[in-house]
Design a protein around this ligand. Sequence first.
Ligand code: ATP
Ligand code: MG
Length: 252
Amino acid sequence: MPKIIAIANQKGGVGKTTTAINLAACIAAAGRRVLLIDLDPQGNATSGLSIDKNSLELTLYDALVNNVPLQEIILPTQLKGLDIVPTNKELVGAEIELVDIPGREFRLRQAITPFLSSYDFIYIDCPPSLSLLTVNGLAAAKGVIIPLQCEYFSLEGLSELLRTIRLVRDSLNASLEIAGILLTMYQHTNLSKQVVEDVRRHLGDKVYKTVIPRNVTLAEAPSFGQAIISYDINSVGAKAYLSLAREVIAHG
Ligand code: ATP
Ligand code: MG
């Protein structure tokens, strides 16, 4: 069974997609078979891996709404071992179209069921909301990675997210766990240090040892359609995501 991990935080711009792309890429580089599912209508994971989101014939939308098998939608990426289920803004419609469908929370879980023996890791890049799409991600996953930005309001909204995870666990997916809290965009400032201390004090061993620094190379790489390890393997950003990948492979 693959590790199926949703990367979620309803707060926008905290590093979900950066983590989804780069963690998936680093794990694929370690020889594991990885599938990245772009569950955000913004399609940033799709374009960040060089796929032209506006010229796609089939996207995740077709799997969720029209029952198109994922094998017709999955695309290889430039990285060996890393495939993607691409998405574009069409997915916005799924929120509305799925509302009246019984089992609407399980559409993604159903779509990936035939692929459970094809991959070692499946990552799901969730949108910045606690919407039906995110609930589909949480219902399909075994674990959640929660990126938290090392900024003053980083913990704001976390209790709401944890409540949503609990609700999903109680009603839809009893095996859902928090895989880990990931501190992102760390800077050598007193504020960043304070946030790291506070988060470690409150959330303890759930927090990954690896902290992702703020690194401009990480922000540049997607505009070249590349994961950080292809764009600049020597950058501090690449080293950080390689370290996270080692931690994930070692501890699950
Ligand atoms: P959204 O909620 O909109 O989906 P997100 O949580 O997926 O956002 P990202 O898109 O990964 O967040 O990151 C937000 C912005 O910050 C992007 O421009 C990204 O390139 C940049 N960024 C992410 N992580 C870092 C980092 N460690 N250092 C510098 N820039 C970063
Ligand atoms: Mg994103």
